[in-house]
Write a protein that binds this ligand. Sequence first.
Ligand SMILES: [Zn+2]
Ligand SMILES: [Zn+2]
Length: 447
Amino acid sequence: MRIHDKIDIYSLLDRKFNCPFCEKEHYIPIKLIFIGKDAISRIPYLISTLVRGKRILILSDEITYRVAGNKCEEVLREDYQVTPLILYPKGTKRVYADEKYLPEILAKAKNKDAILTVGAGTITDLGKYVADSLKIPVICFPTAPSMNAYTSGVAALLMGRLKVTLPVQPTRAVITDITIISQAPLDLIKAGFADSLAKAFANADWRISSLLTGEAFCLLPFKIATEAENKYIDKGDELVQRDERVISSLMEGLNLGGISMIIAGKSSPASGGEHLISHFLDMYAHFKGAEIFAYHGLQVGIGVIISSLIYEKLKVLSSREVRHLLSHRKIDYDKEMKFFGEHVPIVSKEFTKKLPVIKRLPELLPSLWDRIKEEAFSLVYTHQQIVEFLSKAECPLRFDDIGVNEELAYHAITKARYIRGRFTILDIADEMGILDEIVDKLHKGEI
Ligand SMILES: [Zn+2]
Ligand SMILES: [Zn+2]
């Protein structure tokens, strides 16, 4: 494989290969990514090629069981010993990826040869986590093209009062029935679409961070996900009409987004500053004991709008202006973090991780600025493009659209940077005073 070759990532599954971009060896341990019509009836055959043993746990919740779990059970029953486990909400409106569901899943999954998850984010994360702890394979059967965790090597779970992202063994296969995912609730399809838009910005954030800190960077994740993205990004109108070709491309984009994270060995190519805004909103809701504001991807879409505005402001600056802006602003981090109240110690621990690079920005950033412009700013879409893409897919564009009031939106924009140790464009923007301009837009009702 060479840099300009068209990359067929599917031919590289489950084998080691040398990367033309970073020149390191990558390995994607997933064996199969299958998207097709009536894929559900092919499950028994596909599983027979992927799993040794006949004891399968089918994990779903009450909704996804009705959508596809019961049919999966039916088609597998002939050749397999199938145990269905249907999760019901415990104290919330719907089931979340919360550790309180783990004991019953662990109990049922013991002595099984594999777990088949039938669902979207929640069921997938719970199933991946349990399969990983029992060292058995997990196979994902998505019910919605709603996020990129089907193929990723992490599971996001609520542990105690915190959402944590844990490394897990990736799925052995993703088997997608295009007819089923095309009938998913529209909000889940929109959420997947908006989540996938993070890719360009996340990769740009990662490139900047790598230039500043020296952390490893590889362009392969960006390349593979972009090829799929080009097939759906400006077709939001067809997406909401449930066009199966476009939905199939979106699913492909999401799966490649998950694979990107495996290649990178971290979530950086799919999650940058825009994700911190969504995580901030989840954290806030969780601390208040409230339900989340909106699906992950829909919140990320708003984060992407913020990131696109920041990149727009930054790309016109010269290195001299950058130096000037950095020399003027002094932030009292402890005062800012007071917002988090009793959770300050957790937040502060995260923020401290990136403090050394933040402190060195006045020295590092101006001299790297031209390179950052060339290698990172070139990856992102303009603000106008992002608004067009999201509008076409009828996704929320403003905080208000997802029930976040102006005051909380202000905190999301200015405090999201503190909740994770990852260095993102939000850090640069705040250090340069650019976030103040974004907040102005918020107060004018523009975002
Ligand atoms: Zn590479
Ligand atoms: Zn995401």
